[in-house]
Design a binder for this molecule. Structure first.
Ligand code: ADP
Ligand code: ZN
Length: 208
């Protein structure tokens, strides 16, 4: 199963991806996680990406396309993959199509998790992440609900940056919804519900 996840920042892509990965034993390719790891390690990629990420802007297409193309060569993606945070622009979608047809591994679905912008602002500004396992929690979690690790707030989860990320999403990424609808791959799920209910809908929609 090869899936692209679409949806605004904070729509719950990461949460649904984690459950899909567990259920289907496929590779989770989160460009946000890959970039944050590069920033933390201080690699040349991380140094290049950091200022874009802190502002809530997109990292340049050539950088991110190179990163994903390389990741898709890894053996663990052969059993299937879920792309979380990529593609985010038309150029990225076109590059992905080209690479996947080269690899002869076409997409099975583009899963759109829909949530209204005002709900997103509330979610992201109260979002906290676990330093140890990357698990997603809220401002009320003093420690990680999964592993008791320390929780932190992402640098880009402040209100000003969140609003910019939403603008960028509307301008650059939302057009991909029509792109994938045109390819007959779009599956839309209402993401403004309990994550467990959302996942039930996801599994039904993908016949898992
Ligand atoms: P979000 O919660 O906004 O979905 P992510 O963790 O997916 O956050 O991404 C965080 C940041 O990393 C983005 O705001 C952007 O700067 C950068 N980024 C991630 N994926 C991409 C991509 N496909 N193209 C360009 N920039 C990206
Ligand atoms: Zn944890």
């Amino acid at each position: 199963m090869n899936i692209v996840l679409l949806g605004a920042p904070g729509a719950g892509k990461g949460t649904q991806a984690a459950q899909l990965v567990e259920k289907c034993a496929i590779a989770h390719i989160s460009t946000g996680d890959m970039l944050r790891a590069a920033v933390k390690e201080g690699t040349p990629l991380g140094q290049k990406a950091k200022s874009y990420m802190d502002a809530g802007d997109l990292v340049p297409d050539d950088v991110i396309i190179g990163l994903v193309t390389e990741r898709l060569q890894d053996a663990d993606t052969k059993a299937g993959f879920i792309l979380d945070g990529f593609p985010r622009t038309s150029a990225q979608a076109v590059a992905l199509d080209a690479e996947l047809s080269k690899l002869d591994r076409p997409l099975d679905a583009a899963l759109l998790i829909s949530v209204e912008p005002e709900v997103i602002v509330g979610r992201l500004t109260s979002r906290r992440m676990c330093k140890e396992c990357g698990c997603i929690g809220t401002a009320t979690d003093t420690v990680c609900p999964k592993c008791s690790g320390e929780m932190y707030q992402r640098d880009d989860d402040n209100e000003a940056t969140v609003r910019n990320r939403l603008d960028v999403y509307e301008k650059s990424t939302a057009p991909l919804i029509d792109y994938y609808r045109g390819c007959d791959l779009l599956v839309e799920i209402d993401g403004d519900r309990d994550p467990k209910i959302v996942f039930e809908d996801v599994t039904k929609a993908l016949s898992l």
